[in-house]
Design a protein around this ligand. Structure first.
Ligand code: WT7
Length: 653
């Protein structure tokens, strides 16, 4: 493997292993150890079995259409409505059941039943229809974690329109780019969001974005904080007003299984984010079946995925998977440290949460905050734990199991991506023996391999590229508007295999160890950010001549963004300029993309062909001895940068 090679010889784990707890194994949703071979022997039949758990308006004619790879299609000829699967079909038996125990950051609470949610979704769907949103329409959503966010998503699904949710931490620029690429005609947003006691000016950002997105005719604004907002008559409408005026009767449109349900933008190796396209039938099949199996969902479970709906984790495991399964979930609006650092444990105790799913970066933060915080709460209801977003180190895994899971609850380390739509590699709670730090293996119906440069499977214990060598229902269908980029990015490196972009090693026991990204994509707090996107934002600043960005290992966030910047001639760099550069990146992309450190340097290490050698910058950032420097054209610059990197103060938020 070339630049960005994951640690191929990562340490073999020889620590403790954990068998499934007896009580979990006894009543598990999946309890047949032959499930993997049964699914592998008839992969398509397995997925048809999962799809049959949904309500179809008309049955599919063909389960997998692989006539034109890699443009695979699932359940063709079948029709269904995703919102009806998430809501209507539960009404007769569990209309009064709570869908969301919603909790606002300031402490306000609301229990929303399936019947409540159904009513509000129908009304809002009619309101969207009145704004011209029809089957095949496009709606952008830019909100915080309020109930109106899933309501807006499901209203789109009910009409057969597609949504794109833009995470509330993104900037106006990022929102505008996504709305334009998506072709949105309506935006749903809110006045302000709450985060760590502060107001996030969502509508102000949205207004700035709308200036650059002429295709968006209307902005529907949810009132959350009640703060003052600018208003443009004719364009802006209050969510509560249009909802109140709309009729509650709203038939769910039967949609083709392959109809786009949503696109979600994610960072790639070039500056332009990719609109990952997910469909209705295949996506819901994947999200619902994995949610039920991986978390061993039972009727009396209280499930909490402490992620944001603005990312794929929230789409699949706060909204679509749990609702399709008729689950009762907790949904929390705000930050984990507000008003105190035990907020999450207080919530988990109040609702008697039994399944908890979160990112390693959060787990490591809680570790840092101290054992006494969870210890002060009764977390005895927790039965199953989940982790997602990045590799979880064994120490954090053990801490999670001990301090949150009472030393009992098994940890499901779930590997997947925006592109895969649902969990791909994970243990099953009733069957898998766990090794902390390993994601166990591919789920039933999924086939994943580790291959070398030549595309051939590498022997056990050796690192290589993770590929998926059979299509699966919740896979992305394309990159919106760019089929060629879809083929190039995922399917061209190894013919017939989906390239995940992660390094991986399978140990002699068949367990998979994820080794991090192999491309110029960083993973900061479980979110993918492209180095090039941040470099473009830096170079956009008038003081900057050139910039290189790398992810440096960080004990809490997984990776931290380290930037190296060359200034234009005549510009003097100082602390104020560094602060300004960081703010500039926040304005261009969002606060999540702010570099943790910026080193001003007279030059960047380059190959003779002029390619920036990010690998060396990573070495420098992590205070490692430099790797191979034989292709380096300007050797003197690296030691100069190394000196600067150790003397320059790191700027952290
Ligand atoms: C990338 C996908 C899928 C939801 C959140 C992130 C990394 C994700 C794991 C895990 C090791 C993981 C990979 C992957 N990743 N889960 N359990 N172990 N790495 O979605 O933003 O699409 O990022 O996150 O590098 O490629 P995403």
């Amino acid at each position: 493997m070339g630049e960005g090679d994951p640690a191929i010889d990562a340490l073999q784990h020889d620590g403790a292993t954990y068998s499934p707890p007896a009580d979990v194994a006894a009543g598990a949703v999946v309890s047949d150890p032959a499930v993997w071979t049964r699914a592998a022997d008839d992969r398509i039949g397995w997925w048809e079995e999962q799809a049959r758990r949904l309500d179809w308006a008309s049955p599919w004619a063909r389960a997998l259409d692989d006539d034109d790879p890699p443009f695979f299609r699932w359940f063709t000829g079948g029709t269904l409505n995703v919102a009806a699967n998430c809501l209507d079909r539960h009404l007769a038996e569990r209309g009064d059941r709570v869908a969301f125990h919603w909790e606002g950051e300031p402490g306000d609470r609301m229990d929303i039943t399936y019947a409540d949610l159904h009513g509000r979704v129908c009304r809002f769907a009619n309101a969207l229809r009145a704004l011209g949103v029809e089957r095949g329409g496009r709606v952008a959503i830019y909100m915080g974690m309020v109930p109106e966010l899933p309501i807006a998503m499901l209203a789109c699904a009910r009409l057969g329109a597609a949504h794109t949710v833009v995470f509330g931490g993104f900037s106006a620029e990022a929102l505008a780019d996504r709305m334009n690429d998506f072709g949105a005609t309506v935006l749903v947003t809110q006045d302000e969001g709450w985060r760590a006691g502060k107001r996030i000016p969502l509508k102000a950002n949205a207004d700035a974005a709308l200036e650059r997105a002429p295709g968006v005719a209307h902005s529907v604004v949810c009132r959350r904080t009640g703060g003052d907002v600018a208003w443009r008559d004719g364009r802006d409408l209050w969510f509560h007003e249009v909802e109140a005026l709309a009729a509650e009767e709203c038939p769910a449109e039967a949609m083709d299984a392959e109809q786009m349900l949503f696109a979600l933008y994610t960072s790639g190796t070039t500056g332009k984010p990719k609109g990952i396209v997910h469909t209705s039938g295949g996506y819901l099949t994947g999200a619902a079946s994995t949610h039920r199996m991986v978390f061993d969902l039972h009727d009396d479970d209280i499930y909490w995925c402490a992620a944001d709906i603005g990312w794929i984790t929230g789409h699949s495991y706060i909204v679509y998977g749990p609702l399709a399964n008729g689950a009762t979930s907790v949904m929390y609006e705000g930050g984990p440290g507000f008003p105190a650092q035990d907020r999450l444990w207080e919530i988990a105790e109040r609702y008697r949460v039994s399944i908890l799913y979160m990112a390693p970066t959060a787990i490591r933060t809680f570790m840092k905050w101290g054992d006494s915080l969870p210890a002060a709460h009764d977390l005895s209801s927790i039965r199953i734990l989940g982790s997602v977003g990045e590799p979880i180190n064994p120490e954090a895994w053990e801490w999670y199991r001990d301090h949150i899971g009472g030393g009992r609850a098994p940890v499901m380390d779930t590997w997947w991506q925006t592109e895969t739509g649902s969990i791909m590699i994970s243990p099953l709670p009733g069957l898998s023996t766990l090794k902390p730090g390993s994601a166990s293996g591919p789920l039933p119906g999924i086939s994943a391999r580790v291959v070398g440069e030549d595309g051939r499977e590498v022997p056990a214990g050796r690192g290589g590229y993770l590929v998926i060598d059979h299509p699966w229902p919740s896979m992305l269908r394309t990159i919106l508007g760019d089929d060629q980029r879809y083929v190039d990015t995922y399917w061209s490196r190894f013919p017939g295999m989906y390239l995940a972009g992660d390094g991986c090693r399978v140990d002699s026991g068949g367990d998979y160890w994820l080794l991090g990204r192999i491309d110029d994509v960083m993973n900061v707090s479980g979110h993918r950010l492209s180095t090039i996107e941040i470099e473009s934002a830096l170079v956009d600043h008038p003081a900057v001549a050139e910039a290189a960005v790398v992810g440096r290992a960080d004990p809490v966030t997984g990776e931290a963004i380290a930037a190296f910047v060359t200034l234009r001639d005549g510009v003097t760099g100082d602390e104020a300029l560094i602060a300004d550069l960081r703010d500039h990146v926040a304005r261009q992309i969002g606060a999540i993309a702010k570099p943790a450190s910026i080193v001003l340097t007279p030059d960047l290490p380059k190959t003779r062909s002029g390619k920036i050698m990010r690998r060396l910058l990573r070495d420098v950032s992590e205070h490692r001895q430099l790797g191979d420097v034989t292709t380096l054209a300007n050797e003197e610059v690296v030691s100069a940068i190394a000196d600067l990197a150790t003397t320059n103060p790191h700027q952290e938020d």
